[in-house]
Design a protein around this ligand. Structure first.
Ligand SMILES: Cc1cc2nc3c(=O)[nH]c(=O)nc-3n(C[C@H](O)[C@H](O)[C@H](O)COP(=O)(O)O)c2cc1C
Length: 309
């Protein structure tokens, strides 16, 4: 039986529904020694900003009982160094690229999207809207991140969509009362897909020193601990959206990935788990093929949102 794993994620053609989560795969090169990264549905690169960022001082990454807490602080090489030093490798390999961007105003996001499109730096844009709302503190009404204010999510999405013809995915934060509101706002702003979830806010304290475990005090929790939260959010959002979902949060195996697909995700991203098992994304591609074979399903698209109730 021939199985098709091809999916179309808001205009992005992917040979299979598996990508990696931004910030856990750098720009791909290091992982290519473990497996041929062009075999992934797409490579999602670390958030790119207009200028390089050093991120937060250590300690900025610690293990938790079922995942990790990070406050990397969006360290990245900056868009120009990405285009010059990182992109050629990905293009030579023939990778499909999701260019994740991070800025401090709608204009910065628009500029980043434009630059990526002009230089062939990405096949789709993923906008990480978990950025501080320094743009207009008054409209934020007490919210600290753009992703926490649906009206700002809509405005930023419009700005990015106006700047590029590439498919635009808006990455949402789970640190909200109702993620459906943010997802609907992204759709209204013209997003081609939504990515969820980013990390859940968390912190730890060393009782002996009485000091916070992370230099930044607060960080983002990821890994298997957040998987049930992420699956529920994908399911909630899928019920209210016409545009597709890129689901992530604690995916380690093909069986985990299937939970997201059955809940309504068109594609999935493997994040923290690649630190433990660098070949996990490829094993998941194979595992999805096996799953379809075992269940007599010729096209994986038939399984999107197919949870039996
Ligand atoms: C070390 C680390 C760095 C991350 N950096 C980014 C980033 O630069 N941009 C972004 O949108 N998300 C970033 N994330 C969030 C992941 O892309 C993903 O949304 C989250 O970790 C949930 O997936 P997981 O549980 O499989 O890791 C980062 C996560 C980790 C663990």
């Amino acid at each position: 039986m021939s199985i098709s794993l091809r999916v179309n994620l808001g205009g992005l053609e992917m040979k299979n529904p598996v990508t990696v989560a931004s910030g856990t795969f750098a720009y791909g090169e290091e992982y290519d020694q473990y497996f041929d990264i062009s075999q992934l549905g797409a490579v999602t690169v670390k958030s790119l900003s207009l200028r390089p960022r050093a991120g937060n001082p250590p300690p900025r990454l610690v293990e938790t009982p079922a995942g990790m807490l990070n406050a990397i602080g969006l360290q990245n090489v900056g868009i120009e160094a990405y285009l010059k030093d990182k992109l050629p490798f990905l293009r030579k390999k023939g990778c499909t690229i999701i260019g994740n961007i991070y800025g401090h105003s709608p204009e910065e996001y628009a500029q980043l999207a434009q630059r990526l499109e002009a230089e062939g730096g990405a096949d789709a844009i993923e906008a990480n809207l978990s950025c501080p709302n320094v743009h207009d503190a008054r409209t934020a009404r007490g919210c600290s991140l753009v992703a926490q204010n649906p009206e700002l999510v809509r405005q930023y999405t419009v700005a990015i969509k106006t700047a590029t013809r590439l498919p635009v995915f808006v990455k949402l934060s789970p640190n909200v009362v109702d993620i459906v509101e943010s997802a609907v706002a992204a759709q209204e702003g013209g997003a081609d897909a939504v990515s969820l979830i980013n990390t859940l806010l968390g912190m730890g304290i060393n009782p002996e020193t009485r000091r916070p475990i992370l230099s930044n005090i607060v960080g983002g929790l990821s890994g298997p601990a957040i998987r049930p939260v992420a699956v529920k959010m994908v399911w909630d959002v899928a019920k209210h959206l016409k545009i597709p979902i890129l689901g992530m949060g604690g995916i380690c195996t093909a069986s985990d990935a299937m939970q997201f697909i059955l809940a309504g995700a068109r594609a999935v991203a493997v994040g923290s788990y690649v630190f433990r098992e660098p070949t996990a994304p490829m094993k998941i591609v194979q595992g999805l093929d096996d799953y379809c074979r075992r269940h007599g399903v010729a096209d994986i698209n038939q399984l999107v949102g197919a949870m039996a109730v």
